[in-house]
Design a protein around this ligand. Sequence first.
Ligand code: UN1
Length: 501
Amino acid sequence: MTAQPADDARAVLARLGVTLADHEGQGVVARSPIDGAVIATLRAHTVDEAKAAIDAAHAAFGAWRTVPAPRRGELIRLFGEELRAAKADLGRLVSLEAGKITSEGLGEVQEMIDICDFAVGLSRQLHGLTIATERPGHRMMETWHPLGVCGIISAFNFPVAVWCWNAALALVCGDPVVWKPSEKTPLTAIATQAVFEKALARFGDAPANLSVVLQGGPEVGAALVSHPKVPLVSATGSTRMGRAVAPILAERFARAILELGGNNAAIIAPSADLELALRGIAFSAMGTAGQRCTTLRRLFVHEDVAEALIPRLKAAYASVPVGDPREAGTLVGPLIDEQAYEGMQKALTEAKAAGGVVQGGERVARDGVYVRPAIVEMPAQAGPMLHETFAPILYVVRYKDLADAIAMQNATAAGLASSIFSNDIRETELFLSAQGSDCGIANVNIGPSGAEIGGAFGGEKETGGGRESGSDAWKAYMRRATNTVNYSRDLPLAQGVKFDI
Ligand code: UN1
């Protein structure tokens, strides 16, 4: 018998070193979507408290920016060690609070560990260029400096990994972090902070308030976004949230890393390895109960392979085990809440009105919000297929020409992730080319979800344009100074300008 989620969560929190009583109060209700029961009610920060906490983080910036970057990396190395030690418990808490199956809960903590490793290496590689100058006796170079407090607004579906993508980079780059987690997953934030504090204690001499967690609703998020001492906000969530946040940041010329909606597609070409495609589609579309930004939501299947693939896919949808995400064998856990279920039903009703044939989508009888993932054969790309619904719905449309499939793939407002299953190099290269997918992530023979941390993560158009995690995403967390040094006794001006006094 698996423990009651609330009891399970309290036990895990205690093991992680969290004293719940320190956080309890009014304002933020932490539930487990496994059965919908309340785990704890936490105290929300007031706007004034949030502002004071941001000021305190800004004070930490003054000291932290002077710590050599490789030494800052040492803090993240220790944090990675603490995360390794806490992996089973923190992963369990992700399952309990976000509803992820055990392996995905653990995978999320592994993603934190991975980005810590990346950031440790990065802490010795925050280097700029030396650039040829046109002036004799001069040298030109660029230097990367810490930027300031980095605000992080995270979503329920990746309650800890996405924070860590930002925090690990920001901290090695010399920036304190202020985190406003989703109101739906406050406990994983508190637990992560407790693990981070263990690393801080071992590190020894870090300034206070290097990492701050702010609990609360949109007003607390707004305090973070509008605070003049926060030069960068990295926000993950809906496009609606991004539309609210972006103008405020633009108004005060702060930087934004926005990771907003996705309406991700895969194309199944005639030469595709259908076994591979079936597994790739199943994970990307049904994994995390369809609640990843990168979830596969639209499938374009070439008509020559449609009959070989679609019935098998439907069989997988009909039989995928839905249930308690902690139990071995479960592949699809709960939706986060009732609202997610309502959104799903609305989309399915609209899909039917647009000529869609729906299989699945019905409620599975248990406490919590559980649904059978839905697969919808659509006569054409229309209706709800053009919008992201944060639930496990896969729309399937048949195609004849790859150009049409690519055009359909690109015809949505979001531009996060995409993929093609094909063994024809002409098709795969076209898909990856300038005329191909317009997304920030374009894959071949794997689904659109489940990126590893080494690449830059993010998307175009209404996805917001931000890039987080690997590659050179770190540059957003630093400011670049271009330095020209004259070591001659003359003052030649650039562009041949003369100005003799
Ligand atoms: C998200 O859903 O916000 O690529 C992030 C993936 C994960 C991250 C998803 N590594 O699916």
